[in-house]
Design a binder for this molecule. Structure first.
Ligand SMILES: [Zn+2]
Ligand SMILES: [Zn+2]
Length: 292
């Protein structure tokens, strides 16, 4: 096998968890193989439930359909924070993926939001997200559209009584500000939590869930581990965000829900508790956060 093909190869199956957990945030539609294969592989190591997250109207429809077809898949629906500005600004790449309608402007965003709300009303859709702010990929020209979309998603989550899933990239203070201004829904999850210990204390005070991804296993992620160490155990979740953020020692290779045990073990070590206690808390927390 050449070095490049081994680098692209899926990591081996980890040792199974004894207590089953959920992957609180994944993108099965961006992973190789069928949904059934991915779910079976995950279940074989104790990852028996997944939350499938949509990032645009088409992906959100797919998430809802996939959740309807599989009892152990729950859906989250939204326009990703980097997607909202593309809709408003009529990005041709967005419209080529979404269909023939040439679009743009605030009306196009409203139309897309109305579709998200219709999906959010469905029974097997448990959350609105991922929404939030991304100051890393979206430049100043897209920020107004991004924030408007974030506020609209918060409203949808509250109207529909669903959890809110936050994407926060390099935007901690602004995300917390918008949540304060709008009033957060009863159940709010920071996906791929990336704040430090101080922010974890702030999230804890507000009752926000913090979902840790493979990044918590990275060598350079000491501040993230400090955040995990101070977060109340009952507010901690685990996720892959697959196909991204593959945990150590497989960083850079394709991620999938079956790799959750690696992250759970790293989290248990940070908390100084055993793996079963960690998994038991994660399973209960995810069910409570998403209301399934
Ligand atoms: Zn995200
Ligand atoms: Zn994601």
């Amino acid at each position: 096998m050449s070095p490049s093909s081994s680098k692209d190869a899926p990591p081996p199956l980890p040792e199974p968890l004894r207590v089953a957990v959920a992957d609180s945030h994944t993108h099965l539609d961006m992973q190789s193989g069928t949904v059934e294969e991915g779910l079976a592989k995950a279940a074989s190591v104790g990852v028996t439930t997944v939350v499938q997250v949509g990032c645009d109207v088409k992906g959100s429809r797919w998430a809802a359909e996939t959740a309807a077809a599989h009892a152990n898949v729950h859906a989250a629906v939204a326009l990703h924070p980097n997607e909202a500005p593309r809709i408003v600004h009529g990005d041709p790449d967005h419209w080529s993926r979404q269909g023939p309608r040439a679009g743009g402007g605030e009306a196009a965003l409203d139309e897309a939001l109305a579709e998200i709300e219709a999906l959010a009303a469905l029974d097997h859709v448990k959350a609105v997200g991922e929404t939030g702010l991304d100051h890393f990929r979206t430049g100043p020209e897209g920020m107004a559209a991004q924030e408007r979309s974030f506020r609209a998603h918060i409203e949808i989550a509250k109207r529909q009584g669903k959890a809110l899933v936050i994407h926060d990239r390099d935007a901690h203070a602004d995300v917390l500000r918008v949540l304060r201004e709008e009033g957060a829904p009863e159940r709010t999850v920071f996906h791929c939590y990336s704040g430090d210990a101080d922010m974890a204390r702030e999230c804890a005070a507000a009752g926000y869930y913090m979902s840790f991804a493979g990044t918590v296993t990275f060598k350079n992620a000491a501040p993230l581990r400090e955040a995990l160490a101070v977060a109340p155990l009952e507010l901690v979740l685990v996720e892959t965000d697959a196909p991204y953020l593959t945990p150590a020692p497989y960083r850079g290779r394709p991620n999938a829900p079956y790799l959750i045990p690696l992250t759970v073990r790293a989290m248990a070590a940070v908390r100084g508790i055993d793996e079963d206690a960690m998994a038991t808390a994660l399973a209960a927390n995810t069910a409570r956060a998403f209301g399934y």
